[in-house]
Design a protein around this ligand. Structure first.
Ligand code: FAD
Length: 473
């Protein structure tokens, strides 16, 4: 650790917060050093577990005075190494600040501590007849603070927007230990710069989110889920357009899966593909809202009948009950796990305008197959948002490590296609450590300069999650 000996810092933190707020033993540290994708390993020797905003602020102030960097950590499910702490850094974990402070069904708001697990928040909303719509594969362990810091997306963005659209107010511990109280439950507040938006998506580089006021929605009365087979990916945007035209806001999810991706997941989950026959692409779509189940089902049936008639869809299955719908969703959500079993992977979380998704997939497939024949392309994602997880699985006859050595080259060629189509090389997972170089080389220089100035203004000593998003100053 930099300015003062680690022992002194530990003693000061123990004295200020109490011994039970500090973790230093090797076994106890282990969960905080783990990194979801196994690309990094944390090396922190000290973790602080505050129970309140005041404790978090005190810990940050002590570290700031000692010029020791801090790394905010939520559920540690992020996919770009944003919560990985180096040997000289202190992890501030929010896991003990996990209370639901208030659910206001009249205002459709919920106030929570940042360490509340996403699924707990969804359940607390449901108990009051409301919906908190953020939903993603890691919802059983990711925390709302992490979702806010990474501006998480997930499967309902099409209807409800991403995390940025779901936050009304925030409380944040700043890098010098001061607390910004922006915990307002207002839909309208034009009193100057919208500071909350700086912290949302900043990946813990500007401050530690300690509380949030979230937007809730009416709980849909019912939902209908269907799986649809396509013979060409060009048909996916056409199906989306007809779905939006027919169902409007009731169309809440529109997920694309290649047959390779769905096949891996079926094998992993021990399920047969719900649709017989060989089709290269599948779409999982869902209608939900205030209509009755019958009306939603009629709407879905008419929409899919039109798609079959127009030759956009080749085959369709509508889930007959909640259990079957859950099976469809499990197949979609288990793709990343299933892909792990198939060998090493090089992943891309990209976005392009929705109307260009087919063009992206065609061009990217061509450059990847030319650069490394035999690469198995595991493409899936939130097509309704133009967000494709364009993942590459190692060729069967190639060593995994050798394949991963090609990461830089493969990232380069895929992201060049994304750039050509006016897209983003990181749609929802963020930058973390993994994409710092990519950001530095691809972002508009003026935008990068503004980002650096903002970082320097809010964190002049560079102690808040240094080296993430922007290279350390
Ligand atoms: P962490 O991993 O702990 O941290 C993530 C970043 O946020 C780090 O930079 C960290 O420093 C910072 N951070 C954490 N807490 C705070 C805080 N309180 N204040 C300030 N900074 C903080 N993402 C999507 O967007 N869409 C998906 O569909 C999706 N699916 C996923 C599926 C799986 C199976 C997995 C493993 C991950 C998935 N993700 C997805 C990644 C997603 O970013 C994370 O799951 C989640 O949003 C991160 O929350 P976390 O609490 O785990 O944060």
């Amino acid at each position: 650790m930099s300015a003062i000996a680690s022992g002194d810092l530990e003693a000061r933190l123990r004295e200020a917060l109490g011994a039970d707020r500090i973790v230093t033993g090797a076994d106890d540290l282990e969960p905080f050093l783990h990194e979801e994708r196994g690309l990094y390993r944390g090396a922190a020797k000290l973790v602080v577990l505050p129970r309140s905003t005041e404790e978090a602020a005190r810990a940050v102030a002590i570290c700031a005075e000692a010029k020791v960097p801090v790394v905010p950590q939520g559920g540690n499910t992020g996919l770009v190494g944003g919560a990985v702490a180096g040997a000289g850094e202190v992890v501030i974990s929010l896991k003990r600040m996990n209370r639901i402070l208030a659910v206001n069904a009249a205002d459709f708001t919920m106030t929570v501590e940042a360490g509340a697990v996403l699924e707990t928040i969804q359940n607390a909303a449901e108990e009051k007849g409301c919906l908190f719509p953020l939903s993603l594969g890691a919802e059983g362990s990711c925390q709302i603070g992490g979702n806010i810091a990474s501006n998480a997306g997930g499967i309902n963005v099409l209807r409800y927007g991403n995390m940025r659209d779901l936050v009304l107010g925030l409380e944040v511990v700043l890098p010098d230990g001061r607390v910004w109280n922006g915990l307002r439950a207002l839909h309208k507040d034009n009193t100057g710069y919208a500071l909350k938006h700086l912290f949302i998506g900043s990946e813990g580089t500007l401050g530690i989110v300690t509380k949030a006021v979230l937007k809730l929605f009416p709980q849909p009365l019912d939902r209908v889920t269907a799986l649809c087979a396509l013979d060409s990916v060009e048909d996916a945007p056409a199906l989306l357009i007809s779905g939006k035209a027919r169902a409007g806001e009731a169309l809440t999810a529109f997920e694309l899966m290649s047959s390779f991706a769905l096949g891996l997941s079926c094998a992993h989950c021990g399920n047969a593909n719900p649709i017989d026959g060989a089709h290269p692409w599948f779409v999982l779509l869902e209608l939900a809202g205030s209509q009755t189940a019958e009306a939603l089902r009629d709407n879905m049936e008419e929409m899919l009948a039109e798609a079959l008639e127009a030759d956009i869809a080749k085959d369709v299955v509508i889930a007959q009950n909640l259990e079957q719908a859950a099976t469809f969703w499990r197949l979609r959500e288990r793709i990343p796990e299933a892909q792990k079993q198939a060998g090493a992977s090089i992943k891309h979380d990209v976005a392009v305008p929705v109307s260009l998704t087919a063009e992206f997939l065609r061009e990217a497939d061509a450059v990847v197959s030319q650069a490394l024949p035999g690469t198995r392309i595991c493409a899936f994602g939130h097509l309704g948002d133009g967000n494709i997880h364009y993942n590459l699985t190692q060729p069967q006859d190639m060593d995994g490590r050798e394949f991963l050595e090609r990461s830089k080259q493969m990232n380069g060629i895929v992201h060049d296609v994304v750039d050509r189509l006016g897209g983003s090389f990181s749609a929802e997972h963020g930058i973390g450590l993994l994409k710092v170089a990519e950001l530095a080389s691809r972002k508009d220089p003026v935008e990068l300069d503004l980002m650096r100035r903002l970082k320097a203004a809010i964190d002049p000593s560079g102690v808040m999650n240094p080296g993430k998003v922007l290279s350390a100053i």
